[in-house]
Design a protein. Structure first.
Length: 51
């Protein structure tokens, strides 16, 4: 995805990447559950770790 952005950007363009770090285990927050479902559906279950 970032490669496609780079190919489409002009020389002076800027790209801002915003990410949210979620707790790993044991949360009952419905927002976290919805984000997990979105990741599963949109990214085939892949997500980035804190590392």
């Amino acid at each position: 995805m970032l490669q496609n952005c780079r190919n489409a950007m002009t020389r002076n363009a800027e790209l801002y990447v915003l990410e949210m770090v979620l707790s790993c285990v044991g949360t009952d927050d419905p927002v976290v559950a919805m984000l997990d479902l979105n990741m599963l559906a949109a990214l085939h279950g892949r997500e980035r770790s804190l590392a």
